[in-house]
Design a protein. Structure first.
Length: 464
C-alpha cells in the first residue's frame, strides 16, 4: 500500500535528502513525537564520536597495526564479537605499541558502539573488560557527556523509537551505511535524570545476569574438559614427527599437517576415555538448512537465521527477513524446533546450541539440525552440544582442513567425528550448569526488554 507524506521544501533543503524513504510517514510521526519533549541531537550530548580511521590513513594504519590471533596486550572488539556476544574465543589482539598508536579509539567500558556499514545502525554497549580494549573497524564509538546517562542513551537507541530514527538516516543499497553527521543528527528525548538512573540500574542488573550466565557456561566447559583430562590442555605444534605407510594409505592423505601429533593426541584421549566413544553418525541424525537467496529478503516477516546471528549462547536478533508466504512454504523442512541441536558447518564451523523453543524463522544452509537417534535418546543434549562446540570437535575440523581455515565442513566428514560417551552423572552436571546459564541469560534479556519498554512508555506518556 502506497504512503504519502506532505513536507515543506525547507525541510528537504535542511535534510539534504531527496529520497522518499527519508520522509516516510512513520519516521515523521516519530520525529514529531520526540519534538514535543525536551530533546537534543546526539551531537549535543556526547563528548566523543570517533572511528578506527580517526587514527590515520590506511597506509599509516597498515604500517603500525597488525591484528594478531594469539593473545596479546589488547583486545580489538569487532562487530562479530558484539553480535555473537562472544569475547572469549576467536578474538583479535593488538600488541602494546599498536594499542598505544590507536590512541583515539581506546575503550574503557561504558561506550556505545554503532555499526557503520553492513548491518548499519546496529547499536551495542561495551561492558568493562579485564584487559585493554581498542575499537575495531567499520564502527563508531560514542562517549557521552554530563548531559545524558550513557546507559539510558543506549537503551533509547535500541528502543523502537531510537532504532527507527537511526534507520531513517541509513543510506546506500549494498552495503548499507551511516555516516558521522547522520549519527550526530539523531534526536534524543532528554527524560528526567531520576528516570535515566532507573534505566541504568536495569541495564546493570541485566549485565550482572549475563556475566553469571557466562560463568556457569564456563563451569560446564571445565567439567567436560576435566572429565577427559583436557583441562588446561595446551596444543603442541611439532616440527618433526613420523607416521606409518598404513596410516597414510587408510587416510588417503599425503600432507604432513594431517598427521600432526596434536590431532592424534586428542583422538587418543577420546578413544581411551573410560566411558568409551562413538562416531557422530551413530549418535545423531541430521537435516540441512536452506539458502533462499538475497532476492527473497524482505523488510519485514519471519527471521532468516545465518551464522552471524548465532553463538554457543543461542540465536540473536536476525536482521534478515523472509516473507510470511516463503516461511509457510519452507517451514515443514527448515523451521528449527524446540529440543533440536543446531550445528554450524559453514563459516565459523563448530558452534552448537540446543533450542529452548520453536524458532519463528528458517535456518540457512550453513546449519545442520541434529536429533538424537534411538540408541542414544538418553544422552543429555546440552552435554553433546557442548562437545560439538569444544576443542574435541574443533581439532577434528582442523585436522580435516590440514590446519587451514576452511569455509565448509561436509556433513559426511562430520559423521566420522569421534565423540566421547561422557558418564551419565557428569552429563547431568553439565546439563544443569548450561540450563542455569540459559536461565540467567533469559533473565538478562528480559531486563533489557523491560528497560526498552519503560523508555518507550515514558516517551508516549510525555505526549499525552
Amino acid at each position: 500500500m502506497s504512503q504519502i507524506s506532505y513536507i515543506k521544501y525547507t525541510d528537504v533543503l535542511e535534510a539534504r535528502r531527496y529520497d522518499a524513504e527519508y520522509f516516510k510517514p512513520e519516521y515523521l510521526q516519530i520525529e514529531k513525537l520526540i519534538s514535543k519533549l525536551d530533546n537534543k541531537p546526539i551531537g549535543k550530548i556526547i563528548s566523543l564520536l570517533t572511528d578506527y580511521h580517526a587514527n590515520g590513513s590506511y597506509q599509516i594504519l597498515n604500517e603500525h597495526v597488525n591484528l594478531l590471533d594469539k593473545k596479546d596486550y589488547a583486545l580489538m572488539v569487532r562487530t562479530v564479537d558484539f553480535e555473537t556476544d562472544n569475547f572469549e574465543t576467536d578474538r583479535k589482539y593488538l600488541s602494546e605499541p599498536a594499542y598505544n598508536f590507536l590512541k583515539k579509539t581506546k575503550m574503557y567500558g561504558g561506550e556505545i558502539v554503532i555499526n557503520k556499514i553492513g548491518n548499519a545502525g546496529r547499536v551495542y554497549f561495551l561492558q568493562k573488560m579485564n584487559q585493554p580494549v581498542s575499537l575495531g573497524m567499520n564502527q563508531f564509538m560514542i562517549r557521552t557527556n554530563e548531559n545524558i546517562n550513557n546507559y539510558y542513551l543506549y537503551i533509547y537507541l535500541i528502543s523502537r523509537y531510537g532504532k527507527k530514527l537511526i534507520e531513517r538516516r541509513i543510506t546506500g543499497a549494498v552495503p548499507l551505511s551511516i555516516d558521522k553527521q547522520s549519527v550526530r543528527n539523531v534526536t534524543v528525548p532528554i527524560l528526567p535524570q531520576p528516570f535515566q538512573f532507573k534505566i541504568e540500574q536495569l541495564v546493570k542488573l541485566s549485565h550482572q545476569k549475563q556475566h553469571q550466565s557466562k560463568i556457569l557456561y564456563q563451569e560446564a566447559e571445565k567439567l567436560l574438559l576435566s572429565e577427559l583430562g583436557l583441562l588446561n590442555y595446551q596444543v603442541k605444534q611439532e616440527l618433526t614427527f613420523s607416521t606409518t605407510k598404513k596410516e597414510i594409505e587408510e587416510a588417503h592423505r599425503y600432507d604432513s599437517e594431517y598427521f600432526q601429533p596434536k590431532y592424534k593426541e586428542i583422538i587418543e584421549r577420546i578413544e581411551k576415555y573410560n566411558g568409551k566413544y562413538d562416531v557422530v553418525r551413530e549418535i545423531v541424525k541430521w537435516k540441512k538448512g536452506v539458502e533462499v537467496g538475497t532476492d527473497a529478503y524482505t523488510e519485514s516477516g519471519k527471521d532468516f537465521i545465518r551464522v552471524s546471528d548465532f553463538s554457543k549462547y543461542g540465536i540473536s536478533e536476525s536482521n534478515k527477513k523472509i516473507s510470511d508466504k516463503a516461511f509457510e512454504y519452507l517451514k515443514n523442512n527448515y523451521q528449527p524446533k524446540k529440543g533440536e541441536m543446531l550445528f554450524t558447518k559453514d563459516g565459523t564451523i563448530g558452534i552448537s546450541y540446543v533450542l529452548k523453543e520453536d524458532i519463528e524463522g528458517i535456518i540457512s544452509g550453513a546449519f545442520l539440525r541434529l536429533n538424537l537417534k534411538e540408541k542414544y535418546k538418553n544422552f543429555e543434549k546440552e552435554c553433546l552440544s557442548l562437545i560439538f562446540s569444544s576443542i574435541i570437535c574443533k581439532m577434528q575440523v582442523e585436522k580435516l582442513s590440514g590446519g587451514a581455515v576452511i569455509a565448509h565442513l561436509k556433513p559426511s566428514d562430520f559423521d566420522t567425528f569421534k565423540i566421547p560417551l561422557i558418564r551419565s552423572s557428569v552429563q547431568k552436571q553439565i546439563a544443569d550448569k548450561i540450563q542455569q546459564s540459559h536461565m540467567h541469560r533469559k533473565e538478562s534479556k528480559g531486563l533489557l526488554e523491560e528497560a526498552k519498554r519503560k523508555v518507550e512508555e515514558e516517551i508516549e506518556r510525555g505526549n499525552l
